[in-house]
Design a protein around this ligand. Structure first.
Ligand code: PEP
Ligand code: MG
Length: 591
């Protein structure tokens, strides 16, 4: 990292850590402003002509996207080609066409105007649903609208200047997946966008390409101009304009540590994770999209501890068919065979909604019809998913996991549906394995407290600390303002975890943990010390956790677990963990 700071004071802009890594380079601003749309009225006899133009634009935009998808498939971001294919489906969406046609016919709007109005209405409805996932999809819809507007205007997409010479930091209001997918580390040192979250496609792509990124930096364009040298810190989620010498030196040191870890991660591939004394620990991946399987396998994940299958349903007007699900699950199972893949039945509702379920709005969605409650309310959809999972299970080692279990009765009902699904497959003469383990997520306090009883019904447990923290402490997990309060180090949460460990141990039920707690190196040591030796996390965290565990013995981890027993506040737990482990794990804690 070359240091050439200027005299003016530094400005630190905060965003979200979209993709790990640091970079210091010159800014290249990408103009992604929406093209101006002409508002003109048309005559009734022009209606067909307008819609023909729309259909031509759809064909052209779809062709363009498919071409990029084709290019992406042979690039390092190939795993994300499916995102572009999803855009093709959105471009061709029949509902969108019907809305445009209605506006042309009834309001006499020119097709560009009608398209603008239709996209605005649909995107605002998604954005206003008070749901971060849907808000993200509204973003995708606007991108699709913009591709169509450009196709209608006959203007090429060329927002990107051709990049030659020194790698640059791309700064934009927003970047389309198509643009991001075309970047390489040789030409692009980092990305910064004003919008987006960690789960936005730009961030997902940046991670796949290993390009550092900070997203959601409001107003970054007001602070930087073409050619400015800025520091992008994709580990801490911030951007520094005119960094001073000290900041650059610190960033340089952290960048080196991050690179060393990355090298170590590549070198350590295939090594089974163990503690320093050789106690093996299972480290598995959490997957949202099947395309993440490749990275998970690359970092040595021993299978999938949590496959969030609901991401197949979100955004869909109709639930995915049994056959589509079968093929998707089969692909994931095959890529991890013989390691297990834990398929969580769809956990929809609350922050993950699907139009396919047409659920009524609720005052408190997090406490409403979500997870297994929604699945039991729509047994036909759960049955289709269970049939797909059972069929796919022939191709690997599958486990079925039920989300948001609060009572024993729910497990019994799902069990009965698994039996029913198996019976239907037998009638259809479809092959499936006789024994697919059925387990539950422990993420509601009642499930944790009843773990001993649940252990009679469920064949395995996985603790979901994200929701367990939310429901134990009454803290909305999406609230940035309450983030400090909602800590997985809270003694109440840890006490529940201990109870589950004891209940699972007494009944010899396999126990895992798949909340974000598992991806934190300090917590991973604590959990192993508490007896949780099967951890599932986002693939990028796995090398750090493996490295952390390799530096402590089981006896030391157990000693740490004992040391926090008397703590009464999360802050105290944190202090004890840091005092005991920071000297050995400090370099793993923030790159
Ligand atoms: C959890 O709640 O900890 C969990 C892993 O499930 P999700 O984050 O998908 O709600
Ligand atoms: Mg959960």
């Amino acid at each position: 990292m070359v240091s050439s700071p200027s005299e003016a004071p530094s400005i630190v802009l905060h965003g979200l850590a979209g993709s790990a890594g640091l970079a210091y380079a010159s800014v290249h601003v990408v103009d992604t402003r929406r093209p101006a749309v002409v508002h003109r009225r048309v005559q009734p006899e022009q209606e067909d002509e307008e819609l023909d133009r729309y259909d031509l634009a759809v064909a052209s935009a779809a062709r363009g996207l498919l071409e990029v998808a084709e290019r992406v498939r042979s690039s390092p971001a190939r795993v994300e080609a499916s995102i572009l294919e999803a855009y093709v489906l959105m471009v061709k969406d029949e509902t969108l066409r019907q809305r445009v046609a209605a506006l042309v016919r009834d309001e006499r709007m020119g097709v560009e105007w009608a398209l603008e109005r239709a996209i605005d209405a649909m995107a605002s409805a998604l954005a206003g649903a008070g749901d971060s996932y849907l808000a993200e999809r509204s973003h995708d819809l606007r991108f699709v609208g913009e591709r169509l507007q450009r196709a209608l205007s006959g203007r090429p997409r060329g927002a990107m200047a051709s990049l030659t010479g020194e790698p640059v930091i791309i700064v934009a209001h927003d970047l389309s997946p198509a643009e991001t997918a075309g970047f390489t580390r040789e030409r692009v040192a980092a990305l910064v966008t004003e919008v987006g979250t960690r789960t936005s496609h730009t961030a997902i792509l940046a991670r796949a390409l290993h390009i550092p990124a900070v997203v959601g930096v409001a107003d970054v364009l007001a602070h930087v101009a073409e050619g400015d040298r800025i520091l992008v810190d994709g580990l801490r989620g911030r951007v520094v304009v005119r960094p001073d010498t000290e900041l650059l030196a610190d960033a340089g040191a952290r960048a080196e540590r991050h690179e060393a870890l990355e090298r170590g991660r590549r070198a350590g591939r295939g090594r089974s994770p163990t503690t320093r004394c050789g106690r093996s620990v299972a480290l598995r991946a959490n997957l949202e999209l099947p395309s993440e399987a490749r990275e998970a396998a690359e970092v040595g994940a021993q299978g999938v501890g949590l496959y969030r299958t609901e991401f197949l349903y979100v955004d869909r007007v109709e639930a995915p068919s049994e056959q589509e699900q079968y093929e998707t699950y089969r692909g994931v199972l095959e890529s991890f065979h013989p390691h297990p893949v834990t398929l969580r039945t769809f956990d929809l509702g609350s922050d993950k909604a699907s139009p396919a379920f047409g659920a009524a709005p609720e005052a408190n969605p997090a406490l409403g019809v979500r997870g297994v409650r929604l699945a039991l309310a729509r047994p036909e959809l759960l049955l289709a998913q269970l049939r797909a999972i059972l069929r796919a299970a022939v191709h690997g080692t599958a486990r079925i996991m039920i989300p948001m279990v609060a009572t024993l009765g729910e497990v019994a009902q799902v069990k009965a549906l698994v039996e029913l699904a198996a019976g239907e497959l037998r009638e259809r003469r479809e092959p499936f394995p006789e024994a697919v383990p059925l387990g539950v997520m422990i993420e509601v306090p009642s499930a944790a407290l009843l773990a001993d009883a649940l252990a009679r019904e469920a064949e395995f447990f996985s603790i979901g600390t994200n929701d367990l923290v939310q429901y134990t402490l009454g803290v909305d997990r999406a609230s940035a303002a309450l983030a400090r309060l909602g800590s997985y180090w809270d003694p109440a949460v840890l006490r529940l975890v201990r109870g589950v460990v004891a209940a699972a141990g007494a009944r010899r039920r396999p126990l895992a943990l798949c909340g974000a707690m598992a991806s934190d190196p300090l917590s991973a040591v604590l959990l192993v010390g508490m007896g949780v030796c099967d951890l599932s996390m986002e693939p990028s965290a796995l090398p750090h956790v493996a490295e952390a565990l390799s530096r402590v013995t089981l006896a030391e981890a157990e000693e740490v677990a004992r040391a926090i027993e008397g703590a009464t506040e999360s802050r105290e737990v944190e202090q004890i963990l840091r005092a005991r482990l920071e000297s050995r794990l400090g370099d793993l804690l923030e790159g």
